[in-house]
Ligand binder design. Structure first.
Ligand code: KIV
Ligand code: ZN
Length: 511
């Protein structure tokens, strides 16, 4: 058995299935670049047939990423497999991940197919995928509630047809660690050709057990785990990459395998995924939460100062904490700026976007003396412009607030290159700003979430605002950063509106 544990990241596919976490192509590219830097083995870039946007995102990631295998999801249908194969054409190394449900309840109620029909369709899909790549993954959806004899039968057949990875999904997060591990072990032992494939775990977190179930699978022979940054994913989410990777790395006394992940990039990947999706990281979240390495009790602090390992089982620096050194200042040049960003995994598509980011950096340096890595990341997040033309641009904002008085916001926007101005007068500065923007944009938006967080410490820190907007049943996220939080709010709102105007509907893979 190999001692390499393959990390298959599905932030861009299953992660994106979290309600409200839809991402644009450019956002997916940014996340994919960080995943590549982190040395993720396989990146599931999307579900190519879901929409034109999904197809383009898989294609773009496949063309850009060089060092990870790029994968697209496909139902066990010819048209899905062909679309995935087409999207992956430009990849250095590609994989097609095809799936069909195998639990009695799914076969009967959802697919309305007999078990034999399901096996036939699965085998056909794997053979078709073979036209495009020899790296084929098969998932029996809802395996966690499927009959084990049937799983053995279908898995043997798909391996024979050419599947090289067998992924066992606990689609509804129903399994318990010892039981899920036993299933993996039993499948590997019982299926005669199991040695021809790598077994993988794909766990959902409905009972809070996704990481535990995945670890149990690894202890029982799985050599791939499917996970997402910050545990994003359908409903309660998927196995969290950072927790899984650090558990295996920290407990090498227990696991006889390890991943290739460069853990130094974990924190920046987590922050990027959080900022793109608007899913805030809870402070007590393991590994990446603000309190994950903070010791409050005096006795703990004393212990850590005397000998770190009294209360710490991992080094915060190893996952990217404490990297927020003062890096650049007012007098730093364009080259130093570019080199520092390259170290953070940020590259620019062209000189114009580098120049734009550098101009904003200089503006920020005028307002804020100390500029940290986090500031740079937030700044470029905003300046890495979307490849679509933004219909709405914020030109200026003037806000007047006074205790016990209504607040007035005057907003100037470019809408389709026409300059327009509106003023609103309401009880709050943010509310007045959004009302003024709404009156100019003339679309009825439902604001589902508004949150503000500080990028670094201090009252001169950059404020990052996330908004979640709903329009005609479609949900998008918008982000904005600025040292002024009302301006950051306006930027976030305009960002979200532009997405509403461009993002197209997409199909859900599991419906
Ligand atoms: O949860 C699930 O079953 C999935 C499959 C498509 C692998 O996401
Ligand atoms: Zn899933």
């Amino acid at each position: 058995m190999t001692n390499k544990l393959i990390i298959f990241d599905t932030t861009l596919r299953d992660g994106e299935q979290s309600p409200g976490a839809s991402m644009t192509k450019d956002e997916k590219i940014r996340i994919a670049r960080v995943l590549e830097k982190m040395k993720v083995d396989v990146i599931e870039a999307g579900f190519a047939i879901a929409s034109e946007g999904d197809f383009e995102a898989v294609q773009a990631v496949a063309n850009i990423v060089q060092n990870s295998v790029i994968c697209s999801l496909a139902r066990a249908l010819d048209k899905d497999i062909d679309r995935a194969g087409e999207a992956l054409k430009g990849a250095n190394a590609s994989r097609i991940h095809t799936f069909i449900a195998t639990s009695n309840i799914h076969m009967k109620m959802k697919l309305q197919m007999t078990p034999d029909q399901v096996v036939g369709q699965a085998v056909r899909a794997v053979k078709r995928a073979n036209r495009y790549t020899d790296n084929i993954e098969f998932s029996p959806e809802d395996a966690g509630r499927s009959d084990e004899d049937f799983l053995c039968y279908i898995i043997e057949a798909v391996i024979k047809a050419g599947a090289t990875t067998i992924n066992i999904p606990d689609t509804v997060g129903y399994n318990i660690p010892h039981q899920f591990g036993a299933t993996i072990k039993s499948l590997i032992e019982r299926i005669p050709n199991s040695d021809k494939a790598i077994f993988s775990a794909h766990c959902h977190n409905d009972l809070g057990l996704a990481v535990a179930n995945s670890l149990s699978a690894v202890l029982n022979g799985a050599r791939q785990v499917e996970c997402t940054i910050n545990g994003l994913g359908e409903r309660a989410g998927n196995t969290s990459l950072e927790e899984l990777v650090m558990a295996v790395r920290t407990r090498q006394d227990i696991f006889d395998c390890d991943t290739n992940i460069d853990t130094m990039h974990i924190l920046s990947a987590s922050r990027l995924a959080s900022s793109v999706t608007g899913f805030i990281i809870q402070p007590n979240k393991a590994i990446v939460g603000a309190n994950a390495f903070a010791h409050e009790a005096g006795i703990h602090q004393d212990g850590v100062l005397k000998h770190r390992e009294t209360y710490e089982i991992m080094r915060a620096e190893d996952v990217g904490w404490n990297a927020n050194k003062l890096v650049l200042g007012k007098h730093s040049g364009r080259n130093a700026f570019k080199v520092r960003l390259a170290k953070l995994g940020v590259e620019f598509n062209d000189n114009a976007s580098l120049n734009d980011a550098f101009r904003r950096f200089k503006e920020l340096a005028d307002k804020k003396h100390e500029i940290f890595d986090e500031d740079l990341q937030a700044l470029v997040s905003e300046t890495q412009t979307e490849s679509y033309d933004e219909a709405i641009k914020l030109v200026s904002l003037k806000v007047c607030t006074e205790t016990n008085e209504k607040n007035t916001a005057t907003v100037v926007l470019f809408i389709n290159d026409k300059k327009k101005t509106a003023t609103a007068n309401t009880s709050g500065a943010v509310d007045a700003t959004f009302s003024a923007i709404n009156s100019l944009a003339s679309i009825k938006i439902n604001l589902q979430l508004y949150s503000v967080s500080n990028v670094t410490q201090g009252t001169d820190a950059l404020g990052e605002v996330n908004v979640r907007l709903e329009y005609n049943g479609r949900i998008v996220n918008g982000q904005g950063v600025d040292t002024d939080i009302i301006t950051a709010s306006a930027k976030a709102y305009v960002h979200g509106l532009n997405k509403v105007l461009t993002v197209t509907n997409k199909a859900h893979p599991q419906i």
